[in-house]
Design a binder for this molecule. Sequence first.
Ligand code: AMP
Length: 404
Amino acid sequence: MLDKLTIKDIDCKGKKVFMRVDFNVPVDSHQNITDDSRIRAVVPTINYLLDEGAAIIIASHMGRPNGEVKKELSLTMIAKRLQRLLQKDVIMADDCVGEEVDRMKRELKPEEILLLENLRFHNEEKDNDSEFAAELAKHVDVYIDDAFATAHRAHASIAAITEHVDVSVAGFLMTRELEYFHKSMEDPKKPFVAIIGGAKVSSKMGVLKNLIDRVDKLIIGGGMAFTFLKARHHCIGKSIVEDDMIATAKQIMKSARKKGVKLYLPVDCVVADKFHEKAETKVLPVQEIPAEWMALDIGPATTMLFSEAIQNAKTIIWNGPMGVFEMDAFSRGTYKMVSAVASTYAMTIVGGGDTDVAIHKAGETSNFSYISTGGGAFLELLEGKVLPGIAALTAKPREGTADA
Ligand code: AMP
């Protein structure tokens, strides 16, 4: 379980807290927020702090301004949305450090909320600069990290800042993310099945290697399956492939055999004559992919095979779509898997940017046990890495020690 302090372990009454969140939400070309789930996800922490009478300083990054002030990446529209969600005034600062921000932080009263401007308007944020972190920490009693989606970054507001405050704890979102993750990876109810899709094997190598030691079944779909199929000497036509990963794919299959992990690959696919929504398509067994065509989705037999394979699962982890689901013509496999996973009796945990989009679109959100807000962070946890944002939090005193 989590060996770090959480918001429930400390007293926030009347304290001035600095809350790092991830408000890096998608916006359209008119700066309208198209999905505010990351803002909603931290509302419970904010409400709790308001109930405790804390003065709340909130900080986030948005996009990649590369150290420059970019109007389109201002958090002003986030302040508005947050205000609406909380039904409470949110004071917006026009920077995240500096004299004026200092004054605003100093004068912030209990139950008031101050949202700082985009942290990445300063390069020092990404550089994990200690002086910049010290400025962020000025007037702060308690640091709360609720930015799970950014926990894999050693940035100033995540790592260095913790050296300038007395206590650093996980917020409710961070705690929930880690609890679900630990439940599934450290102590999974068996059978434990992992479904891994997406484009590239190389980006998920570490994940596959780590999972093979834990799961009972490994289902591989999406573009990455074709590197495995090529490793099994299938002709995959013009499907996406990483030739330099073929040896690794062979190793993973060998290791699965040795460990008794059942590995499932597509048996049929939707092939297209070009990478285009309006391409000509056919459904074919993987043995019959024409040399000039590419496979862009799993086929109906595969959907059935994968759905059967997860039926008796008690824990399912899923990352990555089964096909190019952004195009309607190649989205069926992913959506069929969404409903197959949703209808199991397993604890179902989903992480990674794309898969959750498909689940939201399918309206199945409530039928999953947990949908992580983290893409990269979730993947790094799956790889077995220690995330800087978690490492930096204050350790829980061990039972039996004087401070316990
Ligand atoms: P990832 O970020 O690795 O999870 O990859 C997600 C991307 O994989 C999505 O944008 C999909 O369009 C893409 N993808 C899934 N299946 C395929 C495929 N068969 N061929 C090409 N790209 C794919």
